[in-house]
Ligand binder design. Structure first.
Ligand SMILES: [Zn+2]
Length: 378
């Protein structure tokens, strides 16, 4: 029997261990009172059933709150509790993995291997004991900053957009201690969201390969927290892996203009929303849901994700790239990649672009597995 193209990409997608290093469904559940073991089609990008449909084997769940959250460490723990509870309710479908061994065991049993990533160093509240505690509960990466800086690390947003930044840029002594402690624990240092100076201080301090969990290429789309060529080369040299974000605004250099035009049209409504909550993502979420037709027109073209990938591969090789969609944390996905169920289209497109099966398996998750093992305690 002749194997059709459709069968071969699906077979390859199923055979590969597909790893996604960033998903915000937990936060969406927390805010809206959902649970991701419910059917959430039409409401979110992801749920437990749709992870399966999309062929995702390993999903990092982001533990996140913004910089204004009171008691962020307690908040992080409550989010972890939610993930634990979901896993307890579905022991046949999901297993929280602490190690590469547990990850492989879960995948072998056809369960979703759930892993925990802490997005924002502010959640340790300047205390290494809290870092240890999060590690002990399963956190296997921490993004040193989110968009807010911590007292010990400056973020990309603050380094680039805050002209009155009084803080010295980069990591201070405590910041370097955090990086060293993460190395000791076997917790991946995630350099998405961090400022350029923090990036250099961290990569020069870390004794292990680092992670970039959800970022894209600055040369193709000059968004404030995309990676510049010298940073990309440094990740290659360090043995790290850059996982691409699917956000239209990080892939498509024309998106910012389109988004600004959208905001101009809806300015009056946006201003009133910003009075309720000054964080722009709140107003964006509301307006994007309300004016969905306009938003569909703004999506990044599908090919751009693969252009970013090809750029990284050309610069540092196929061993240093992966995927970190940011589903449920972004309000514009590329065309055709509307939700987690569309993940197999990535494998189809990689084959169409001429990548070998071996390279596709690395991109989809093999590179991440190598990175995780390199960080684990021996
Ligand atoms: Zn993020």
């Amino acid at each position: 029997m002749q194997v059709t193209c459709a069968q071969s990409y699906k077979n390859l997608h199923n055979k590969a261990i597909v790893v996604d290093t960033h998903n915000d469904i937990l936060e969406t559940c927390f805010n809206k009172g959902y649970s991701f073991d419910q059917e959430l089609t039409g409401k979110t990008h992801s749920d437990l059933k749709r992870f399966k449909e999309g062929g995702i084997d390993v999903q990092f769940f982001s533990i996140w709150c913004d910089g204004n959250q009171k008691n962020p460490f307690a908040y992080a723990n409550r989010m972890i509790d939610t993930l634990y509870a979901t896993a307890l309710r579905n022991p046949d479908k999901i297993k929280i993995a602490f190690t590469s061994r547990e990850l492989l065991k879960a995948v072998h049993k056809k369960k979703l291997a759930a892993m925990i990533g802490v997005e924002g160093g502010h959640m340790i509240e300047n205390d290494l004991k809290n870092l240890d505690n999060l590690y002990n509960r399963g956190a296997r990466y921490m993004t040193l900053t989110w968009n807010n800086s911590t007292p010990w690390a400056t973020s990309a947003l603050k380094e680039t957009k805050d002209s009155l930044l009084s803080q010295r840029k980069g990591l201070n002594d405590f910041g370097r201690t955090v990086v060293k402690r993460m190395n000791e624990l076997g917790m991946l240092i995630d350099l998405s969201h961090v400022g350029e100076q923090t990036f250099w201080d961290a990569i020069n301090t870390s004794t292990k390969p680092i992670l970039v969990s959800h970022s894209c290429v600055y040369s193709l789309c000059p968004a404030f927290r995309n990676l510049k060529d010298d940073q990309i080369k440094a990740v290659g040299k360090n043995g790290g892996v850059i996982h691409l974000n699917f956000y239209s605004g990080f892939l498509d250099s024309t998106y910012g203009r389109k988004d600004a035009a959208f905001n101009k049209i809806h300015k009056a409504e946006r201003d009133s929303l910003l009075k309720v909550n000054p964080e722009p993502y709140f107003a964006d979420e509301f307006l994007y849901a309300k004016y969905n037709d306009e938003v569909q027109e703004m999506k990044a073209p599908f090919h751009l994700l693969f252009d970013h990938l090809a750029y990284l591969i050309k610069l540092i090789g196929v061993d240093h790239v992966g995927l970190g969609s940011d589903y449920d944390g972004i309000n514009s996905t590329p065309q055709h990649l509307n939700t987690v169920v569309d993940y197999p289209l990535i494998t189809k497109q990689l084959l169409a672009r001429g990548y070998s099966n071996k390279d596709i398996i690395k991109i989809l998750g093999g590179n991440f597995l190598r990175l995780l093992k390199a960080n684990e305690k021996k």
